[in-house]
Design a protein around this ligand. Structure first.
Ligand code: DAH
Length: 336
């Protein structure tokens, strides 16, 4: 049998080049040097070769065997190398694991959840309203006169879009959560009790205590015989549950167009000291507001309140700058 030694070498070289692990190296070895491999077949063919051909065939067979053995030795080394390298980059099981960075609710969300939760235990339902409101809900229906300064473009963000229900008026970014009172009363008959968390917007210059966007929680309770004593009892209970039993509270007379009478609630932690901190506005729903939502005259009375979430969280946790809430700095957020 005539062997094409050059072609066999080229073929073997090609196969050797693609060997990358011990398994492929072993099949290569078996193919050429194994008992039934090519090299033994070449040697076997010596017995049938003619006298003249034998010496050259023997020489070629030896050279081919050496060549293949060389390839195998070479490959043994390089396969070992790559195995070493990959074991170097393998995971070091002695290292501590990489824990997933689990997030949690933002402090403002936690505070809103906690406040709403306290009112829910007292029978209130959580409601939300849209951040783009009508002038009617944000002002008119709340008995805020058309010449009131808060309606000015300096104090309210108006949207470049007219109110589809009243083409003479523009839509706006609500400046308070109170318009949701109007939506709730229009959609429901008393008795009703809701708390409304949400974002509000005012074009204030940003500083340590002001932001163009902040959060409020509104409260509204309407029934047939709601009195100021209910308001005092409810909000005293809330303040004690939220701030603790050791606070002092006072209801200070104030003015809001949508409540009459109206008050602001101040609290103080330190005995004897006069540093009262204002925490929320409240009052008895103004009859004009009931009129605006179409409730029959004199049938219902109600109480309402509104508080600023950032302000309350700042007081409770000693946070000095409102901007910290919005900067998303984990060093701040992780503390709560
Ligand atoms: N809407 C008021 C504000 O933004 C807060 C407020 C005060 C809401 C008294 C009320 C209330 O419901 O009765 O300043």
């Amino acid at each position: 049998m005539a062997w094409d030694f050059q072609t066999i070498r080229n073929q073997a070289q090609k196969e050797a080049d693609s060997i990358c692990d011990n398994t492929s190296l072993e099949s290569f070895r078996i193919k050429y040097l194994g008992k039934k491999g090519l090299i033994p077949q070449v040697y076997a063919s010596l017995s049938t070769a003619s006298k003249e051909d034998k010496p050259l065939l023997g020489k070629n067979a030896n050279e081919l065997k050496n060549f293949i053995s060389g390839l195998i030795e070479e490959k043994k080394l390089s396969v070992k190398d790559t195995i070493n390298q990959s074991s170097k980059s393998n995971i070091d099981v002695t290292l501590p694991g990489v824990a997933n960075d689990l997030g949690h609710s933002h402090l403002l969300t936690q505070t809103m959840d906690e406040i709403c939760g306290l009112f829910e235990k007292l029978g209130f339902i959580v409601q939300e309203g849209p951040e783009i409101e009508t002038e009617f809900n944000n002002f008119d229906a709340l008995n805020i006169p058309s010449n009131h300064p808060s309606r000015d473009g300096f104090d309210t963000f108006y949207v470049d879009q007219v109110d589809p229900g009243d083409k003479d008026k523009k839509l706006l970014l609500r400046s308070q959560t109170s318009p949701v009172q109007i939506r709730v009363m229009k959609a429901n008959k008393p008795p009703l009790a809701v708390v409304v968390p949400g974002k509000v917007y005012r074009p204030d210059a940003v500083d340590a205590s002001h932001s163009f966007m902040f959060h409020q929680i509104e409260g509204l309770l309407v029934d047939q015989d709601i009195k100021f004593s209910h308001l005092k009892g409810l909000l005293t209970t809330f303040c004690n549950r939220f701030f603790g039993d050791n606070i002092k509270m006072r209801f200070r007379p104030h003015f809001f167009p949508f409540t009459e009478p109206s008050a602001e609630i101040d609290i103080s932690w330190e005995k004897g000291k006069k540093d009262w901190l204002e925490i929320m506005g409240c009052g008895m729903v103004h009859p004009q507001v009931f009129k605006a939502v179409g409730y029959p005259k004199g049938k219902y009375t109600g109480l309402a309140f509104g508080l600023g979430v950032e302000r309350i969280a700042m007081l409770r946790y000693g946070i000095r700058d409102i901007r910290l809430f919005y900067e998303n700095d984990k060093r701040f957020l992780e503390q709560f």
